[in-house]
Design a binder for this molecule. Structure first.
Ligand SMILES: CC(=O)SCCNC(=O)CCNC(=O)[C@H](O)C(C)(C)COP(=O)(O)OP(=O)(O)OC[C@H]1O[C@@H](n2cnc3c(N)ncnc32)[C@H](O)[C@@H]1OP(=O)(O)O
Length: 399
């Protein structure tokens, strides 16, 4: 097997191989429909695997995203996607080879974080990725959608069709994601081409745009309405009152029997604002963003922290055959992380460090699961308090 990086000349073979791996009908990359997703692929970041006789059998690509960390710190993160191996060549180590190649390549570029959305939960842990954010939907029957109290909301809502939005969605999304741990930047190319969410979903689609009292857009909800079911694919705002205003708009919509909020954020107050706390049904939670640390000290010093404390972490990285012990010292929200030979407080696999990194999974949950080992009960408490995020992480970007 030969594995190499792609160039722009490889686009057709990459698309064709991914489509065959996923069992989809091949589409030519273009400016509409299924081609939209491919239009933003960065061909200098792709990986192709070939058999000895030159047949392409495996693919992986990466976007250059910015990820928001706890403390509203923005860092570069490689968004791994387009991973596929032809059905005829599976379970022969093709993905393993590509993952090894890709992680080495990311390091050569100086990157220290990779993220992805997994098609199946059993694939990526072995490569050092851990689930770090989760998602679920809230569905409210409109007949039960009364609010407990009227709250004065300043501002207005206008319904636009996606092509009428101009730069509004991009501006609102960009402000939102900078203050939302776990959120990702979106490729400019998707916005330029009028992408919806996810970008492969075709129009028509409506966008309820909220504007503040000065007329400045400060939130939007992109939705479709089919057979009485209004589905909001994303509600983007950093302001709870604006979220509520958009929710009221949807629940007041005529000819609607139920409203579904996709990617409903954990701990969001909307259910408490409804007159009946049981009016909304939450779906079960599923994994969303997976995180892989490629440089532990760099990653741990990049994020912000809430409390003070110190912890010695003993981190194993079996896939890359690496091991390190680090003293993490947090003061005034910032961390230092240096190699140490002090006794460890916490022993963990790098995949579990990825899971706790954004504050969406508590170390104590993984201690109880038997994945992390705390060498004292004080260490478990310190780990929980250091790794939490003041603002729970949330990612609703699909890629
Ligand atoms: C970020 C994204 O793009 S997610 C998209 C992932 N792609 C897909 O789901 C498309 C359809 N599936 C595929 O193309 C392939 O089955 C892949 C890419 C998931 C796996 O590729 P393969 O070349 O078969 O993987 P490889 O042979 O390297 O397997 C490595 C290990 O992972 C395990 N593994 C591979 N796929 C899976 C899976 N879906 N579930 C659980 N374990 C898996 C293998 O059993 C193997 O285990 P072992 O080391 O204990 O023997």
């Amino acid at each position: 097997m030969k594995i190499r990086s792609t160039t722009s000349l490889d686009l057709d073979v990459l698309v064709d191989t991914v489509h065959t791996a996923f069992g989809r009908f091949p589409e030519t990359p273009g400016e509409n429909g299924g081609g939209l997703w491919w239009s933003a692929v960065e061909m200098d970041r792709g990986v192709l695997a070939f058999t000895d006789d030159g047949k392409a059998v495996g693919t992986a690509t990466a976007y250059s995203f910015e990820l928001t960390l706890p403390g509203d710190v923005l860092v570069p993160a490689a968004g791994i996607t387009g991973v596929g191996v032809l059905p005829t060549h599976r379970r022969q180590g093709v993905l393993t080879g590509m993952m090894r190649f890709q992680l080495a390549e990311l390091r050569q570029r100086g990157e220290f974080l990779a993220v992805l959305l997994a098609t199946e939960g059993g694939i990526y842990g072995r490569f050092g990725y851990g689930p770090a954010t989760y998602t679920r939907r809230l569905t409210v029957q409109r007949s039960q959608g009364a609010f407990r109290a009227d709250r004065a909301v300043s501002g207005s809502i206008e319904v636009l069709k996606r092509p009428e939005c101009g730069g509004i969605m991009e501006e609102v999304y960009d402000r939102y994601r900078r203050a939302q741990p776990g959120a990702l930047s979106r490729p400019r190319r998707w916005w330029e081409l009028g992408a919806g969410m996810p970008p492969v979903v075709p129009a028509p689609r409506y966008v309820a745009v909220h504007r503040d009292a000065d007329g400045v857009p400060d939130g939007y909800a992109g939705y479709t309405l089919t057979d009485g079911s209004l589905v909001i694919d994303e509600t983007i705002t950093g302001d709870d009152a604006v979220f509520t205003a958009l929710a009221r708009f949807a629940l007041d919509h005529d000819l609607v029997t139920e409203v579904t909020f996709k990617h409903f954020p954990t701990g969001h107050p909307l259910r408490w604002q409804l007159a009946d706390i049981n009016a909304g049904q939450l779906s079960s939670e599923i994994d969303w963003l997976w995180v892989r640390l490629l440089d532990v000290p760099r990653a741990l010093t990049a994020r912000g922290y809430v409390g003070d404390g110190e912890l010695v972490l003993d981190v194993d990285d079996p896939f890359l055959g690496e091991h390190g012990r680090y003293l993490l010292t947090v003061r005034d929200g910032r961390a230092e992380c240096v190699p140490t030979d002090r006794a460890q407080d916490l022993s963990l696999d790098v995949r579990d460090l990825g899971s706790i990194y954004l504050g969406g999974t508590t170390p104590s949950t993984l201690i109880r699961a038997g994945h992390l080992r705390a060498h004292s009960s004080a260490a478990a408490l310190t780990a929980d308090s250091l790794f939490r995020s003041a603002h729970p992480p949330h990612c609703l970007h699909w890629f």
